[in-house]
Ligand binder design. Structure first.
Ligand code: ATP
Length: 350
């Protein structure tokens, strides 16, 4: 393991920002801390960095306990959303900064800075000042500056948060490629699910100072541990249903929920792509509904339907092929089939 956080609690006055948090970050991993605003992501990153002292628990780096170690002795690199570059220094000097404070000889500084500028594909920008760069270029330089002294761990706090959507998307792909070239253990804070899924090989979902789930993007999306994760990761339709003897009853339909210990009244969750629409009742159990709205949205067509019996609105996502086949428009009568349903045991923690 590169970083091991064990049972860390951090309070600000009476407020508990981190509540017995444990997480392990393997060497060379790119891990995203994902959660809503105020869930404790930045606090956890700052505890790992040494910028905050935990009230309880430990932080280990490659097996050494670094909980009490000063920030400067940890050899970690940082990039923050608003961590401005030094305005009065050229790009070259910004990247060189961490090397100069470590007293690297001039020749090595020059070599390393050129190497980094090449890595972030800004080799011709060394003589510019930060004000002469775009926002995306500035963040790439911030990353080059953080990487220059060969940190053992890289900590990124919403590094692309201040940039516009298109630049953000480009930088995510760029960060992924960069990490493949230079696989430094990286922990990266974001509240954006798409960003976490696209960039990270592991996602830690946080809520209220606790970890709700820790797994690969596929794990947390396909097998959410609880209602919070299900709801937080993308859109979801929530039915009021009932479970009895391993069978979920939803809107007059029945589904097996094998292995579930849920019993009685419960919420039943279905993602938009787990619903299908049909023009005619074809033997598959379904609910009668009416199309309210059709939105072509790139790789999927989003259809809002209203269930006839209950008036409940559902969002359905169809593939382009399915959408072309159905040619739906507002007012069309349809039948909604549920391919997969999920139920969760209630969270009894107080
Ligand atoms: P965001 O995405 O909005 O940055 P976050 O998940 O990173 O949120 P944190 O910044 O870790 O959340 O904050 C967690 C909670 O701790 C918040 O409720 C915040 O107000 C509180 N908090 C953080 N730092 C301090 C501080 N120095 N003093 C008091 N409360 C703080």
């Amino acid at each position: 393991m590169s970083i091991t956080v064990s049972n860390v609690t951090k309070k600000f006055g009476k407020f508990t920002a981190l509540d017995r948090v444990s997480v392990e970050v393997p060497e060379g991993a790119l891990l995203a801390l994902l959660g809503p605003s105020g869930s404790g992501k930045t606090t956890l990153l700052r505890v790992i960095a040494g910028l905050e002292q935990p009230d309880a628990g430990t932080v280990r780096h490659s097996d050494a306990d670094v909980t009490q170690q000063a920030v400067k002795d940890r050899n970690f690199g940082f990039v923050f959303q608003h961590y401005a570059l030094f305005k009065h220094m050229t790009v070259f000097e910004n990247v060189a900064f961490g090397l100069r404070v470590r007293h690297w000889p001039n020749k090595q500084v020059t070599e390393r800075v050129h190497e980094l500028l090449q890595l972030v594909r800004l080799e011709n920008m060394g003589e510019r000042y930060p004000a002469q760069l775009s926002g995306g270029q500035r963040q790439r330089i911030a990353l080059a500056r953080a990487l220059a002294p060969r940190p053992e761990v890289l900590l990124l706090d919403e590094p692309f948060g201040a940039l516009d959507a298109r630049v953000r998307t480009e930088l995510r792909q760029w960060l992924r490629r960069l990490h493949n070239e230079v696989p430094v253990t990286t922990i990266f804070v974001t509240h954006d699910q798409e960003e976490a899924f696209e960039v990270a090989d592991r996602v830690v979902v946080m809520n209220g100072g606790r970890i709700e789930q820790d797994g690969t993007p596929d794990d947390v999306f396909e097998h959410p541990a609880n209602e919070f994760v299900m709801d937080f990761l993308g859109q979801v339709n929530v039915f009021h249903g009932r479970v009895h003897d391993g069978v979920a009853h939803v809107g007059g339909l029945e589904f097996d929920v094998p292995g579930s210990r849920v019993s009685g009244e419960t919420k039943v969750f279905v993602r938009p792509h787990e619903l299908d629409l049909q023009r005619y009742q074809n033997g598959v159990p379904s609910m009668a509904a009416v199309v309210r709205h059709v939105t072509p949205a790139g790789s999927v067509t989003r259809v809002l339907v209203c269930v006839a019996d209950t008036g409940m609105e559902l969002t359905v996502e169809l593939s382009p092929d399915r959408s072309a086949e159905l040619k739906l428009k507002k007012g069309d009568a349809v039948f909604v089939a549920l391919r997969k349903v999920r139920v969760f045991e209630p969270d009894y923690t107080i």
